[in-house]
Design a protein around this ligand. Sequence first.
Ligand SMILES: [Zn+2]
Length: 296
Amino acid sequence: MTIKILEGTIDNHIHCCPHINKRSTDIFEVIKKAEQNRMYAIGLMDNFSNTSGYASLVKKSFPKLKLKVFGGLIMEPPSGGVNFENAKIALNYSYFNNDGAKFISFPTHHTRHIAKLEKRKKNYIKNCFYVPDKGPTLETIKILKLIAQKNIVLNTGHLSARETINLIKCAKKNGVKKILVPSNTFNLNTITELKKYNVKFEFSYFFISKATDIPLTHVDGEKHKIQGTNEKLLKILIKTAGPKNVILSSDCGVSILPKPHIGFSKFINHIQKLGFSKKEIEYMIKINSKELFNLK
Ligand SMILES: [Zn+2]
């Protein structure tokens, strides 16, 4: 049985790669399910390595696959950190020419913002990435220029609202055109402020799911809860951002959540029930990702 609602959709945020905690699935099963359900594309996310290599392997191994599979780099320490050379390599890490990372993300867990929320030790926090008030470091600016040159997606990662705005200002100044902001935990004021910069806002199933009630290991041995949101607030945030600027994703892969294609379809159902129109939902699950990640 296929899930009708998934046809033609894109889930840009699936954690099905090898991990240090248990997964609900693996890359091959995710691809099989997505293809069966006639999804248009999926994006692989991994806090431990650049996923453009996995995506490329899939493309080479299954030439008849209709589904588009893409990857990119989250600049967490295990995958090389916030480092220009690391980002540069990711851009061409593929079996094919002119292929490679479709996005470069700033860290998701090793940021001072998240480390403080997780009440990590002082020394740990000190070593995490942050955006200084006076603006990003030269290394960060070099990476932003690289993203601009390749015209791929800058994902702002999990920074504070203030840092996110600072990073975006600098990215714009350096020619970055495609910006995706994980916005699950931002408030109305931040969303309103961010709208000025013509970014795309990402909201994920993970943050309204039970996964936010359970402490989990995300990047190392320590277990932490992730701050969630609720559907009422989510509706207001999406309305404020505007569906034409919103991308919905599952952020599934962790063992305690449904398999990604199920999680994504549940999320779409929730969003439908919140009263968004068919066209608005199309922007959020088909049109915007296709354009942003250049998947035509
Ligand atoms: Zn994620």
